[in-house]
Write a protein that binds this ligand. Structure first.
Ligand code: ZN
Ligand code: ZN
Length: 411
């Protein structure tokens, strides 16, 4: 396959597998302006798949940064009504959302974090319907990467910019299994394997998982009763159709009990959050809550995440990713959570996925809390998996089963 053929195949995979666009549907595509050529490919594939209309939303790191630098606080505190109406309406009417992302991981370095926080608080309230439908799979959505110059330069600082971009494109293709052979078939085969692991783990219904490795993690997390492990294809809650919310996806994940986490978790990869990098950080938990933390770099950003709201100091997702997955195998630090979270076992601080609990999607916030689920305006994944990670599951009857050994599935 030539480079251009790979791009075509990727665009097709995003439309057909990722968002699983169906006939007559409205499709929303957001994309960095810099990647307009790839965006056009995706738009064409969407129309060819039968989209009734494709709505474009351009994004740009540099203009976003300018907004944070120049616009007054009131702009961030007041999410525009018309924008919320548009997004919520499209979500309620079962549009498919394709988010093409490719950001400089430090695009917002040094900007006023209070403005960034104000924006997220306002957006969360204004887009409540949209976010609820998104986390409960009430419409189809997918996030896929598009290499931009600024991002590629951070991943491969030693390379000349154009070379770095091409290298990052090739790395992205590898993560979604585009190469020789039919990518869609390889993708479905992979999804099937993830679903099998999820099924087995759900059957075991572990009470807790214990994590240990040589970088200092010694940590126990409780799982909610009647939790569901998910992996592979997501299912549209409305019509059961499969789609993939993340491309790539290597994880099998479930719902931790927000009040049951004890011990020390050491991050194994840097975390890029809101245009800032957090490196070499450690979180200490007691009764499910982060009670102490440290970071060699980005401590302020970590503090902002943890202090967002009550739920942001508790866990909402527990995800297993064997080492090395095609993402990790390349030995590249993508500095983008979409990729790095699929390179290693991770947890998320903040909101849980309601679908990880039997009947969770139909529960009120209070009911979800009563079952151990977590709510927050944040959902921040951070990576803890290493080559030597061992995870031992304990069932309610006390039986112990090794889930991970030397960073890989032990069953
Ligand atoms: Zn995850
Ligand atoms: Zn997550």
């Amino acid at each position: 396959m030539t480079f251009e053929e790979k791009k075509e195949a990727y665009a097709e995979l995003i439309v057909k597998m990722g968002a699983a666009v169906r006939k007559g549907q409205k499709v929303v595509v957001s994309c960095p302006v810099e990647s307009y050529d790839f965006c056009r490919m995706v738009v064409r594939k969407a129309y060819e798949a039968g989209a009734e209309d494709v709505i474009l939303k351009w994004t740009d790191d540099i203009c976003s940064r300018m907004e944070y630098e120049y616009a007054p606080m009131s702009v961030f505190e007041n999410f525009p009504e018309w924008t919320a109406l548009e997004r919520n309406t499209l979500a309620k009417n079962d549009a498919a959302f394709i988010h093409l992302t490719g950001s400089d991981p430090e695009s917002l370095k040094g900007v006023d974090t209070a403005k960034v926080k104000a924006y997220y608080v306002a957006a969360d309230a204004a887009l409540k319907d949209y976010y609820h439908l998104q986390t409960t799979m009430g419409f189809k959505w997918t996030i896929a990467g598009v290499p931009t110059h600024a991002w590629a330069k951070k991943v491969f600082p030693e390379l000349q910019e154009d070379v770095a971009v091409t290298k990052l494109w090739n790395a992205v293709f590898n993560t979604v299994r585009i190469g020789d052979g039919n990518a869609a078939d390889a993708w479905m085969e992979h999804a099937k394997k993830l679903a099998e692991k999820a099924k087995k783990l759900t059957e075991w219904q572990f009470k807790s998982l214990h994590y240990e490795n040589s970088i200092g993690t010694d940590f126990t997390v409780g799982l909610v009763k009647n939790h569901i492990w998910e992996g592979g294809a997501d299912k549209d809650r409305v019509n059961g159709a499969p789609f993939f919310a993340n491309m790539p996806t290597e994880e099998v994940f479930t719902m931790p009990d927000r009040l049951m986490a004890e011990g020390t978790l050491v991050a194994s990869l840097p975390l890029s959050e809101n245009g800032n990098l957090i490196e070499n950080f450690t979180l200490k938990f007691k009764r499910g809550e982060v009670i102490d933390y440290s970071a060699e770099k980005g401590l302020e950003t970590l503090k902002m995440i943890l202090e967002t709201d009550e739920g942001s100091r508790h866990l909402g997702e527990c995800a297993l990713v064997p080492y090395p997955a095609p993402v990790a195998e390349q030995g590249i630090l993508f500095l983008d959570t979409l990729y790095d979270e699929n390179a290693a076992c991770h947890f998320a601080l903040g909101a849980c996925y309601e679908t990880n609990l039997q009947g969770g999607a139909e529960m009120s916030e209070d009911e979800l809390h009563a079952h151990g689920g977590n709510t927050s305006i944040n959902h921040v994944d951070f990576m803890v998996g290493t080559k030597d990670l061992k995870i031992t599951g304990t069932r309610w009857n006390g039986e112990k089963i090794t889930v991970f050994e030397n960073g890989k599935w032990a069953f």
